[in-house]
Structure formats: C-alpha cells, structure tokens
Design a protein around this ligand. Structure first.
Ligand SMILES: [Zn+2]
Length: 234
C-alpha cells in the first residue's frame, strides 16, 4: 500500500532519544529501534502530538469569525467537534464520515481512525550503516552523551535495563514518517480539507522528544503528498 502522505521531521537541534519501550513516563521520547539501534520517532508519538494540536487548531477555528461554510466541513453532521468543552460526548454515529474531523482523522473509542502513522526513521541511513553507527566504537556519527546516561554502548541494544536511560543523537537531522490510510473504513472518510488540518497541525509542532527546556528536539514538521526522499532513492 502506498502512503497517502509523508511527514518529514527536520531537527534544528539535537534530539533526545529515550530508549523506553512501553514505559509510560517516556512515551513522548524519541525511541531507539531495538533490533539494530536505529533511532526513530514512534508513529504513536507523532499521532498523539498531532491529535492534540489539531484539536486545539480546529476548536480555535470553530470559535473564529470564519464563514460557517468553512467550519462545517470539520464538524460532525450534528454540528460538533466531540470531546471538547462545548461537547463532552464522543461522536457515536456508526458512519465515521458523519463524525467530526478528529474522529475521522485519528479515530476514537467508537471508531478506528482513517490514518496509520508509521514510525519516522532517519533519511539516508540504511540499516547496515545504522548497525555500524550504533555498534562500533568508531563514531561515524558522533554520539554525545548527556548527564543522565548510565548505559554502556555494548548493552544498549541487547539489554532491556536501558529502559530508564536516554541519549542525545546529534547530526541526524531528517526523519520521515509514512502515513497510510486504513483500509478497514470504506469508503475512506478522510477528505482533503481534513488533511489540510493535519498539515496545519504539523506546522504548529516545534519540539519533539524530551529535553525541550534545554533546547533539545527543536524541529519543523512538514506534511507532503509526495515522497520527499524519492529523488535520493530512485
Ligand atoms: Zn468526533
């Protein structure tokens, strides 16, 4: 299946990488891929951040003096954005196309969303290189270790104990996530205006991962309708 969109993440500062799989406290960290040590931004992190920011954006838009016709495309057929201050209820219409844009894009307890957010991996680093980078002592990409790192290089990939540690990975600036449409909702309910909201939400995200207070994880997110790496990979 081809992606419907690509999410390119360009880090403007070092990004903090937490290796905390499934650990609630580290959910917002960028994680390290366990199998070969490639850093990635989990799709679930992207989805969570985008859901939050798109909701703020669409609620602000709903309160704005824009024409009703522009707002209506984001509301459910009942004229609401669900689970907001104005409307506590969740959209319950069995037809997700009649639900609000938040349900259409991201899903809810009642519905699957229409999009799958895959993990974002570094651009232009193939798996072999990555194994080299993270398993050799020669630092092909310099790893700078911040104060709270307790972990040895050797144990990083194989030891589950690393759950509470984190590291900073500089010099990996570009990550790309693929966004797919789910195929279990047919006809596919996401329309261009919904994707425009997603694109706007992406442009509002300025940080990913931990360490924001120390200037880590500054980034720019861009939603594209074509593979941004297509010219590199052929
Ligand atoms: Zn809804």
């Amino acid at each position: 299946m081809n992606p419907i969109r690509w999410m390119q993440i360009e880090f403007k500062s070092d990004c903090r990488v937490g290796s905390g799989f499934g650990l609630a406290g580290l959910i917002d960290h960028i994680a390290v891929k366990s199998r070969n040590g490639v850093p990635y931004v989990p799709g679930s992190t992207l989805k969570g951040r985008l859901r939050m920011i798109c909701k703020q954006a669409v609620l602000a838009m709903a309160d704005s003096p824009r024409p009703e016709s522009e707002k209506n495309i984001y509301f459910s057929t009942r004229g609401i954005i669900c689970q907001s201050a104005a409307e506590k209820e969740i959209c319950k219409d069995p037809d997700v196309q009649k639900c609000c844009v938040m349900c259409r894009l991201f899903g809810s307890e009642m519905h699957g969303g229409s999009l799958i957010f895959a993990d974002a991996f570094p651009d232009n680093i193939d798996e072999l290189e990555a194994v080299y980078i993270f398993n050799q002592d020669q630092t092909y990409l310099p790893l700078s270790w911040r104060t709270n790192v307790k972990l040895s290089r050797q144990s990083r990939v194989s030891e589950p104990k690393m759950l509470t540690t984190s590291e900073v990975v500089p010099n990996i600036k570009l990550f790309t996530a693929r966004i797919y449409r789910t195929n279990y909702v047919e006809p596919w309910p996401t329309i261009e205006s919904d994707l425009a909201l997603l694109s706007f939400g992406a442009s509002c995200i300025t940080h990913l991962g931990a360490g924001k207070g120390r200037g880590l994880g500054r980034c720019i997110l861009t939603l594209t309708s074509e593979d941004p790496n297509a010219s590199h990979t052929g």
